[in-house]
Design a protein. Structure first.
Length: 74
């Protein structure tokens, strides 16, 4: 448990916030900081950082078409 506390120093938290506000993905932030993607996601949740779920109509249509194109396994 103490290893987790040492992982998130105040410098790393500030770096996470800067990367988050710069628009980097969780994987990119994790690589930048040197922790796992899951650690970044967990810390973002604990800090209350979240990205808006902006899904345009064209993105919804692309997802729908991709789902229809998948072969069904029986």
């Amino acid at each position: 448990m103490s290893a987790n506390c040492a992982t998130w120093s105040s410098d790393r938290i500030e770096q996470l916030k800067r990367c988050f506000h710069a628009g980097l993905s969780c994987s990119q932030i994790a690589h930048e900081i040197g922790v796992t993607r899951n650690a970044v996601i967990g810390k973002m949740n604990r800090l209350g950082l979240s990205r808006p779920k902006d899904v345009s109509a064209s993105q919804l249509e692309q997802r729908r078409l991709a789902k229809l194109a998948r072969p069904r396994l029986r």
